[in-house]
Design a protein around this ligand. Structure first.
Ligand code: AVJ
Length: 322
């Protein structure tokens, strides 16, 4: 297995931290406060997300895995053989394992920011699939992808499961799709998991689970902020708010303050929260096959085929470069 160290390695970690801190401060001092949803995923946050994926109310992950497994032959037929499969934000490389046996790409390039974890997962995967060249890249998922020389002439397919695309606002999603189109190049493709619009009750329940795991996940972002900013904002003074906004076709998650409270941040100043004020923490946009394929078309990607479950909860869609 090849391991490629990305640009965020070692010497730039410090810079990266400064950028993240500044991003948090911009959000906390904004008129309408916000914390980007990427800050959910510290170690405990990632564990909580694993738990969310097991919840009876949270259908997306489960449904996507069933689709990938059930339609692996059709997916492989649509994509074709001998591709270079690129996965931005691959994490534990779990989902790709449903399609690797039938798709049989020449090369698999998982990209993720957490180098150690990625390399460990990639190495385990290499043992399981000795005939696929696994080339892990530790970098930001928007980094320019460098494919090993030996595979330069193979067509590229980007794999983007998990409905992660839903966290982007439509204009950001379009930017990301354009980046994908550029990465995939001529004759390239995109296999993507997209969550579908459905009745409000099902969506509200998926983000307000009975056991309160999603609430813990949302509140934990404050712990992560405290670590990064060296602050002591009281999580107990916030409550989890999540609902489906039908007008904008998106789940909105917020943290609502239960009281007036304020904190002094060294060298920065005073940050205050008033009773009932909300910090916006996440959007999770829901699409139809039509609305998503129209967005992708603007990025030069044409819908080739798609697969949905019997209850039309979730979709896996395959696009080719125009
Ligand atoms: C990781 C983006 C797929 O939007 O459903 C789960 C994150 N937030 N519960 C989603 C999440 C609250 C999730 N994604």
């Amino acid at each position: 297995m090849n391991q490629a160290l990305g640009t965020t390695a070692l010497n730039t970690v410090f810079d990266e931290n400064r950028v993240l801190k500044q991003e948090l401060l911009d959000g906390l001092f904004a008129e309408q406060k916000y914390i980007n949803s990427k800050f959910f995923y510290d170690e405990y946050g990632s564990q909580l997300f694993e738990k969310i994926m097991q919840l009876p109310e949270y259908y997306p992950s489960r449904t996507e895995m069933v689709l990938l497994e059930k339609y692996q032959n059709e997916i492989a037929d649509a994509i074709g053989e001998n591709k270079v499969l690129i996965e931005p934000g691959a994490g534990n490389c779990e989902k790709v394992q449903y399609i690797l046996p039938t798709l049989k790409p020449k090369c698999y390039v998982p990209i993720d920011i957490s180098a150690d974890f990625l390399f460990e997962c990639a190495s385990n995967l290499q043992d399981k699939f000795p005939h696929i060249d696994i080339h892990a890249v530790a970098d930001d998922m928007r980094a320019k992808v460098v494919v090993p020389d030996a595979f330069k002439d193979h067509d590229k397919v980007v794999f983007y499961p998990g409905s992660t695309i839903g966290n982007y606002k439509p204009n950001e999603a379009l930017e990301f799709l354009k980046h994908v189109r550029e990465t995939a190049g001529k004759k390239g493709g995109l296999l993507i998991g997209v969550d579908l619009q459905k009745d409000k009750a099902t969506l509200d329940a998926a983000y307000n689970d009975e056991q309160g795991v999603t609430a813990l996940f949302n509140l934990n972002v404050i712990n992560h902020v405290n670590k990064l900013l060296d602050s002591d904002i009281d999580t107990e003074l916030f409550e989890h708010v999540a609902f489906y906004n039908e007008e904008h076709c998106r789940i909105e998650m917020h943290l609502q303050s239960k009281a007036n409270h304020q904190y002094h941040l060294d060298n920065i100043g005073q940050v205050s929260f008033s009773e009932e004020e909300r910090i916006h923490t996440e959007y999770s946009y829901k699409y139809t096959i039509d609305s998503f394929s129209q967005l992708a078309a603007q990025a030069g990607l044409k819908l080739e085929n798609y697969w949905i479950d019997d209850d039309a909860l979730f979709s896996v869609q395959y696009y080719v470069a125009l």
